[in-house]
Design a binder for this molecule. Structure first.
Ligand SMILES: C[S@@+](CC[C@H](N)C(=O)[O-])C[C@H]1O[C@@H](n2cnc3c(N)ncnc32)[C@H](O)[C@@H]1O
Length: 280
């Protein structure tokens, strides 16, 4: 697999290796998408054997993302989004939800995966009034994202931005300095901006989660579940909006739109904590 280096030397893949599972693609598989290969489906099935309701959990995550976008516009007055760890365009994406509510909404997507890059045109569809753009970058190197001219061309960084980090920070070990990375992003946006974050946890079933972690690690994919308290600390520099860090389905369920995906109602709580914080 070829790669290019970010400003701090981090590896940024530029070609797609279908022989190894990739996090964007087995997540796409769970969501019922078509951008996945046998290696992705094999790992997706292996994880699902340990966590049988994983498909419901990722659907709940997409529901949370949509509600958080609507909340940012309606309650926080934010119409600019920096969505890092975009994923494949299987489910309704940030710009679709945002521009439905406010056609002038502006969105910058960031992902390190070349397959997501290949779909960037679909992601960059926009309303006439709004704007949608894509940066191919690795969040380990936030300066690359902040220095990319696409960011300043698309977003007005003197106005509040909703930084969106859903289901991505579990790929960062503590030694990768996730707090420093999030802090750097928050430093770049003004007061009134927000942080939307969802993150898997072992709090509900430590044994099953550990087996899923092992399956990922064997496939060369970092997976760090965090406790609710650890995930609350990722919001440092913001004030959590009500109801704080809760399971996905408990975060402002009243903002839900018609479900696009079937979610097993008997699945129990998703093993994913989620919340939104506002930069004071
Ligand atoms: C599980 S998907 C989540 C997609 C979407 N945010 C959601 O919540 O549905 C994780 C995405 O993050 C991307 N990703 C993982 N690590 C990354 C990094 N260091 N920098 C940028 N993108 C990353 C993957 O390529 C993948 O598209």
């Amino acid at each position: 697999m070829s790669d290019r280096r970010g400003r701090t030397g981090s590896r940024l893949p530029t070609t797609i290796d279908t022989t190894k599972p990739h996090e964007a693609r087995f997540y796409d598989y769970w969501l019922g998408g078509v951008d996945n290969y046998p290696a992705d489906r094999a790992l997706g099935d292996e994880i699902a054997a340990h966590v049988p309701t994983i498909r419901s959990m990722v659907r709940h995550n997409r529901g949370f993302l949509g509600r958080a976008v609507r909340y940012a516009i309606a309650e926080l007055g934010i119409t600019q989004f920096l969505d890092i760890g975009t994923g494949l365009p299987t489910a309704r994406n940030t710009h679709e939800v945002a521009q439905e509510v406010d056609p002038a909404a502006r969105i910058v997507y960031v992902d390190k995966d070349p397959l997501v890059l290949a779909h960037a045109r679909a992601l960059m569809a926009s309303t006439r009034e709004g704007k949608t753009a894509f940066i191919h970058a690795d969040l380990h190197d936030p300066e690359t994202i902040l220095a990319d001219p696409v960011l300043a061309d698309t977003l007005d960084l003197s106005q509040p931005v909703a930084i969106t980090l859903t289901m991505i920070m579990m790929y960062f070990r503590d030694s990768d300095n996730p707090h420093g990375i999030i802090g750097r992003l928050l430093d770049a946006v003004p007061s009134g901006s927000s942080l939307t974050l969802s993150h898997p946890t072992a709090d509900f079933n430590a044994a099953a989660t550990e087996q899923a972690v092992q399956a990922c690690e064997h496939a060369g994919i970092t997976m760090v579940p965090r406790t609710r308290a650890e995930i609350e600390r990722l919001f440092t520099g913001t004030e959590l909006v009500e109801p704080g860090v809760v399971t996905l389905e408990d975060w402002h369920p009243e903002l839900a739109e018609e479900p696009r995906f079937e979610v097993e109602s008997s699945a129990g709580p998703a093993w994913i904590w989620a919340g939104v914080g506002r930069k004071p």
